[in-house]
Design a protein around this ligand. Structure first.
Ligand code: SAM
Ligand code: SF4
Length: 266
């Protein structure tokens, strides 16, 4: 699939839930995060159908995200259903790692290929502060479990304020080198003001090279994180929603006044 700017679109990020077991201060409000109703959330069958339609159109890479994908009930089944779609080359997940210790082996057996794990600091106190209550030791155990389960390469997503030279960023970098993990530094973004930057060590944030579409947990195909445009698969049908999103993919991200990270899928 080529968009209007001749970019090859082969990557779909699917948000499987808007719920999360953490409350990172740059992502989710502390109280009352205004969650979607269960009826609005796509069923596993609907998600699998989207993948089955998207793959023949040219999508060969899928990443599951959220919210926190591992809090979606029966997530292992969903991974099996998606990985069974013929023609899909890559299936990854972005997770906060809190539940990975419990799920890594089964995810791998179900067909998940690799994981990105979010970690902005290696300091337990700071982690608790940023995530509003999270236990960093669970993430460390999750990272070990992912490596043991062969979900490789394990990549760490580290959100930075502005520079990779910040103290926390450097310490996460050292931890990654010592533990054989890839690292991507993600500049803190603000959807409402359109503030975003290029991901160091990854592909995000560079509009010229953008190869992705997004599916929100309530079934809207979005051409860009920094855009209010969204095409509902239940309204347009899956193929039409994907094609409309492709056609309306902007040359560059602008602003998004209708979503937060946790409900669009970061
Ligand atoms: N819960 C999972 C996790 O934290 O990895 C997946 C969803 S989370 C929204 C996906 C990624 O978006 C995480 O790596 C997170 O750090 C990042 N993220 C969330 N809010 C962000 C923001 N305001 N700026 C930059 N990255 C953000
Ligand atoms: Fe949850 Fe991930 Fe957002 Fe943190 S970044 S609140 S872990 S969805």
């Amino acid at each position: 699939m080529l968009d209007r700017y001749n970019r090859k679109i082969n990557y779909l990020r699917i948000s499987v839930t808007d719920r999360c077991n953490l409350r990172c201060n740059y992502c989710m409000p502390e109280n009352d995060p205004c969650l979607l109703s269960h009826d609005d959330i796509l069923t596993f069958e609907e998600i699998q159908q989207v993948v089955a339609v998207a793959v023949p159109l040219g999508i060969d890479k899928i990443r599951l995200t959220g919210g926190e994908p591992l809090v979606r009930r029966d997530i292992i089944n969903l991974v099996s259903m998606i990985s069974a779609v013929p023609g899909l080359k890559d299936l990854g997940m972005t997770t906060n790692g809190i539940l990975l210790d419990k799920y890594a082996k089964r995810l791998s057996a179900a067909g998940l290929k690799r994981v990105n794990i979010s970690l902005d600091t290696v300091n337990p106190e700071k982690f608790r502060e940023i995530t509003r209550g999270g236990d960093i030791n669970k993430v460390f155990r999750g990272i070990s479990a992912a490596k043991e389960a062969g979900l490789l390469p394990v990549k760490v997503n580290c959100v930075i304020d502005s520079s990779t030279g910040e103290e926390d960023a450097m310490a996460v970098g050292t931890y990654c080198r010592e533990n054989d993990l890839d690292i991507r530094y993600i500049p803190k973004m603000d959807l409402e003001t359109g503030k975003f930057g290029i991901v160091h060590g990854g592909t995000g944030g560079n509009c010229i090279q953008c190869n992705r579409l997004r599916l929100t947990s309530d079934g809207k195909v979005k051409p860009c994180l920094f855009s209010d445009l969204a095409f509902d698969i239940r309204e347009f049908g899956i193929q039409e929603a994907i094609e409309q999103a492709l056609l309306s993919k902007p040359e560059k991200g602008s602003i998004n006044l209708s979503n937060l990270f946790h409900n669009i899928g970061g």
